[in-house]
Design a protein around this ligand. Structure first.
Ligand SMILES: [Zn+2]
Length: 249
């Protein structure tokens, strides 16, 4: 995989600006990976998608990221420089095969959440309902005391809370890249807490900021020199900055 050029990045940003983050992140990967169709991306586990997004971010904007976080106790602002490769989990090459847990009288077969599950919940604002929907989509069979339960997607089938927690825990173990948590310590008051790092949201927000800055540069340089958007965006960032300085911006 290669990083996206400025022209590709602007194209994908325009294509995806009206879509939720889950769809936008798949569009980014589709633009970067000629070897994958959208159907392939939809069937990849969330951990695999996140790992690919981290690689793409590294190749496009570089390995360093800066996150700002405020301490939940004393409100101090923490500037957190991190390296993208350090956030990658040591996961083996997981497949989309089926897994099983035994939970009390239940035996439950499930698969890992994939890109298609992210798309399915992208319109849901209620997190608990969205989690329930993903879980029901991922469960492929439930046997209670050896008897197969029918219609497992139906809300009428009660999945015990304990079994839900066991499935979620097992999913995190199998696909750790899907749930990256960063341990933080406040240098001012010594409090410690954990923060989930979501590469899809982070990368898409970065691209929003980059795209708006780039369009502003296009506007200024096109007005000053009469060049096309393609000519201006196709320049290196360094050269574009030199011209911006020459027009006094
Ligand atoms: Zn603090």
């Amino acid at each position: 995989m290669k990083g996206l050029t400025a022209l590709q990045l602007l194209d994908v940003w325009e294509q995806g600006h009206a879509y939720p983050i889950s769809q936008r992140s798949l569009l980014l990967l589709a633009a970067a990976r000629d070897d994958l169709e959208m159907d392939d991306l939809l069937s990849m586990s969330i951990g695999k998608i996140d790992a690919a997004l981290m690689d793409l971010r590294d190749l496009t904007f570089g390995p360093m990221i800066n996150c700002l976080e405020s301490c939940p106790v004393c409100n101090s602002l923490l500037d957190l420089p991190m390296r993208m490769p350090d956030l990658k989990a040591n996961a083996s090459d997981i497949s989309t095969e089926s897994f099983s847990i035994i939970s009390g009288e239940y035996e439950i077969d499930f698969r890992l959440p994939t890109g298609s599950d992210l798309i399915a919940i992208s319109g849901h604002n209620n997190i608990e309902k969205a989690k329930d929907l993903v879980l029901r989509r991922c469960i492929t069979q439930i046997r209670r005391n050896g008897l197969v339960c029918s219609n497992i997607r139906s809300n009428d089938i009660l999945i015990p809370e304990r079994s839900r927690e066991e499935i979620s825990k097992r999913m995190r173990e199998i696909d750790p890249q899907a749930n990256i948590e960063i341990n933080l310590i406040c240098p001012s008051c010594g409090s410690d807490w954990q923060r989930v790092f979501d590469i899809a949201t982070f990368f898409c927000m970065e691209i929003d900021i980059w795209a708006l800055r780039t369009l502003r540069e296009v506007h200024i340089l096109a007005s000053a020199y009469g060049w096309s958007e393609k000519e201006i965006v196709g320049m290196s960032q360094w050269k574009r900055q030199l011209y911006m300085e020459m027009v006094g911006k």
